[in-house]
Design a binder for this molecule. Structure first.
Ligand code: FMN
Length: 328
């Protein structure tokens, strides 16, 4: 088993966002945050032609690989892959409410079958990897603590020690989209507080609705860890404060040319095999909330169409030089 890793500040798994490229940027900005891949369906992990590109870790540790699936044999093989690609942890997704995922019988709908979830977690066991679960607090409109507690009671029999909890129910019927499923069901952090009292030796990381660093640093006083999704998706540069606020680093990372150079050096080698949008979208979030950045963004998009990476790098360098004050 690996040395004990710190999960007090985690960046949530996000499909389409927490790509290897985003994780590169996150890692430049914070050495200590615990990162996640996007959810990768077990079948893609096992059979996709592009699997190297999808599963890549690139030494962005500490990082967990999140898998979606409900087949015991498939998941066993996914754990072996996670180890081979040098992940620290394999995480089972039991929180995704999307229709496609329900059709594949995985994600949040698995909360209906706690015994199966326990078996799936058992199948993920691997002596060199931590296993973990990400789930909701329940299903449907009604909040039901007993349902949640019974679910946790059962799945803990697998030996899992780390649980990330998106502290709202999943609504699986009534045509509610995944994005509405992140806003409509009410949050209830008390479920996480209460289950922690019952299981003090299990790590419960709180997720859902943490929309500022200030809130995160308050919540960490009451929970084992916090996991942030959309705040970091929109504004990854907030991560430059994390090692200072949550860990023992004495300084905040400065947004400088070095960050741009490091990032572009990384993505340059990938341009032949990956979409330029996936490569650049994490960095484009630099303009989040920056007034009058429309012109510069449309210039970048023009260069993206022609894959002019060096030109785009120059724009970012110039922008950072001229706007240091805004960032630092
Ligand atoms: C675009 C997007 C994609 C997501 N993809 C995943 C995913 O692949 N796996 C997962 O467990 N959760 C996924 N989530 C949910 C987040 O991990 C997180 O639980 C949710 O956004 C609540 O946290 P937040 O309020 O900090 O954003 C996704 C969320 C967003 C916004």
């Amino acid at each position: 088993m690996q040395e004990k890793l710190n999960r007090i500040f985690c960046v949530a798994p996000m499909m389409g966002y927490t790509t290897p490229y985003a994780r590169k940027l996150y890692r430049i900005l914070s050495k200590k945050s615990f990162l996640f891949t996007e959810m990768i369906a077990s079948k893609s992990m096992l059979y996709s032609k592009n699997k190297d590109l999808i599963i890549e870790n690139d030494q962005h540790n500490p990082v967990a690989l999140q898998v979606g699936g409900s087949d015991v044999e498939d998941l066993k093989r996914c754990s072996v892959i996670a180890y081979k690609y040098n992940y620290d942890e394999i995480n089972l997704n039991v929180g995704c409410p999307s229709k496609a995922v329900q059709k594949g019988s995985f994600g949040a709908c698995l909360m209906r079958d706690k015994i199966l979830v326990r078996q799936l977690l058992e199948s993920l066991q691997h002596e060199k990897l931590e296993i973990s679960l990400k789930c909701r607090i329940g299903l449907g409109k009604n909040l039901d603590y007993d349902f949640f507690e019974e679910f946790i009671d059962e799945i803990l029999k697998s030996g899992v020690k780390i649980i990330y909890i998106h502290a709202r129910n999943a609504l699986l019927t009534g045509g509610i989209s995944p994005s509405q499923n992140r806003t409509i069901p009410p949050l209830d952090y008390n479920f996480v507080k209460k289950i922690k009292l019952k299981y003090p030796n299990i790590t419960f990381v709180l997720n859902g609705g943490i929309d500022s660093m200030k809130k995160a640093s308050e919540l960490i006083k009451h929970f084992d860890g916090v996991m942030l999704g959309r705040l970091i998706q929109n504004n990854p540069f907030l991560l430059r404060e994390v090692d200072n606020i949550f860990f023992d680093s004495s300084k905040t990372i400065e947004v400088s040319e070095d960050i741009i150079l490091d990032y572009f050096n990384y993505i340059k080698n990938k341009i032949d095999n990956e979409s330029i949008f996936r490569l650049l979208s994490p960095m484009l979030q630099m303009f989040f909330g920056i007034p009058n950045s429309k012109v510069i963004k449309s210039q970048i998009h023009e260069y993206m169409r022609n894959k002019k990476l060096t030109r785009i790098e120059d724009i970012f360098i110039k922008f950072v030089r001229e706007n240091k004050v805004i960032f630092n």
